[in-house]
Structures are given as structure tokens and as C-alpha cells.
Write a protein that binds this ligand. Sequence first.
Ligand code: TXA
Ligand code: MG
Length: 327
Amino acid sequence: MILDGRDPSVIERAALALAAGELVAMPTETVYGLGARADDDVAVGKIFSAKGRPADHPLIVHVADADSVREFASHVPPVAVRLVARFWPGPLTIIVPRAAGVATAAAGGQYSIGLRCPSHPVAHALLAEARSAGVPGVAAPSANRFGRISPTTAAHVAGEFGDELMVLDGGPCDVGIESSIVDCTRDHPVLLRPGVLTRAEIEAAAGEPLRDRDEAAPRASGTLEAHYAPTAPLRLMPAGQLQQALQMLTGSTLKLAVYSRVAPSGGIQGLRHRAMPARAAEAAHELFSVLRSFDDEGAQLIWVEEPPATPEWEGVRDRLRRAAASR
Ligand code: TXA
Ligand code: MG
């Protein structure tokens, strides 16, 4: 059921449900999360079965504030301290060494743990209330089934999991793509997943250059090649190639959906076009919603114009590349 997340009595009820080991879906500024208390392996197990996600894929633990990091981390590397000071609450996840015996299921058996303090007021209210009820943190992956697009509205979540699940409605997510993940457990900070923060911003706060992930980096389902896929096959093309491909499809009855900055010319019957915004933040905000709406309208093919190869677009380009890789 979808409940109004701005209603304090709903927050209270949801916090009690979390404390009792039940699942609650909550809005964050990035995407909606499917939450369970992080210190309860049985509760966390419900997330893995609901999502159909392999149990060795670690989850992000959401905390009410920076002080809560100490509950989960064995120690907090200086670079993590700097990142937290600059970006929390906000769309950044840090990976730090995990305290022994804590949140083992949430960590998917890794010796490290992913932590994030979201800025969404509903998430914040829920995390604070849950902590008063004895919940030190809430493990929450994106509230979608494994391999599917992350949800950015409460209706998306209800559509994935049905009416049984308690979903707190906090409106459409501002950011729209998942948090940037920085691994702080190694000699140098490693960007495991780009989000809306640019490398330059993260490096400025870290005080050192970011490395890219390599084979030694831990498994992350958000970093699998094929992820975030709509149902219809998605192709990513430069603007020129897209126009050419469109011309070749003239007269076809395939249901084609196009997301591009340059409006498609020529006559394809029933072509569905959404204009890609000029600004990366706006594209990130609507991206998953646009892809879901193409699916809902029964598109058989989705063609997307490759966004510019500039730093602001890195997160959006990453999600599109993975969506295209899944076929
Ligand atoms: O914006 C977000 O991060 C959203 C909202 C709900 O907070 N959450 C999210 O969770 O995207 P999820 O589970 O869909 O993606 C989390 C990513 C996964 O790729 C996971 O493998 C990685 O974080 N991760 C979590 N803990 C990790 C760890 N200890 N080491 C390496 N990767 C980790
Ligand atoms: Mg996910």
C-alpha cells in the first residue's frame, strides 16, 4: 500500500514495522529504496528474496547521520571522513571496513560495508524515528526487481512489488539515478559507480585523485555490465547515426520510442519521441521514468541519442550504456 510519507503517524508506523523486521520502501533523493533493519539478517533476507537478488551482492546501509557510521565501520579512513563532511546528507555512498560481526547479511559477506545518509526529508524522518526505535541503520537497495530499472516514484515501487508492501510516498526523486559509490577501503579512493556528483567535485573533497574500479574491486550489481534494463531492447547511438537509422525504418510498423535531443525527422508511423533535456541533471532526474513509460506504452525498440562525453553526463551515460549492454 502507498502511504503519505509526509504524515508523521505514517513515519511512526513505518519505523515500528522496520523495528519489527518488516520491509518498508522509502523515497530517497536518488531513487526509492526497499528497506529492512540492517542489524537483522532475517529481515535483510526478505530484501534478497523480494528482489530476486543473489545473496552475495552487498546492500547499502542508510543511516540518520554521520555519527551512525561508527555502528557499522571498524574504522573510518580519513578520505571517508572528508567525503562525508562534504556530501552528507546526499547522493554519495562510502565503502568502509565493516565492524566485525555487524550487518553480515546486508554486507553480502564482504569485509566492507556501504553507508549513505540520504537527504530526502521522508528518508531522514524515517531513519531518525527508526533509530529511536532501536534500529541503527536501514539496508536498502533500489526498490526494483533484480536487473530492472530503479524506481523514482512510489507508483513504480508498487508496480514492482504489489500492494502488500508498505511504500512511503515522497514524490518523484530529485536526482533520479543512484548514488555515486566511492570505495574508501584501499590505498586510493576508487569510484565504483558514478552518480550525479562529478569526479572533479569528489576529488576536490577527497583531496586526491579518484581511481577507476579494476578487477580487485568488490562485486557490485550496480556495476554489472547488463543492469538497469527496460524490457524493450535499447540502442544507444550518436545523433547522426540515429537519424540515419530512423530513415531506414521509414514505413516500418515497429513500435519505436526515441529519446534524443535532436527531434527525429521523417515519417515513421506512431513513433514516440521524448526530448532529452540539455542539462545532465534534468536528464538524470527523468531518465528512469522515461524508460519505464516507453515500456508501459508497449515500445518494441528504444533508441537513445548518446549524451555528450562531458563530466556532468558521466552518471547518465553509465546507466544508458548498461541498459544497452543487456541485449
Ligand atoms: O542511490 C542509491 O544508492 C540507492 C538508494 C536507495 O540509496 N540504492 C542503491 O542500492 O542503488 P543498490 O543495492 O541497488 O546498489 C548498491 C550498490 C550495489 O552495486 C552494491 O553491490 C554496491 O552498492 N555495494 C554495496 N555495498 C558494497 C560493498 N561493501 N562493497 C562494494 N560494493 C558495495
Ligand atoms: Mg539497484
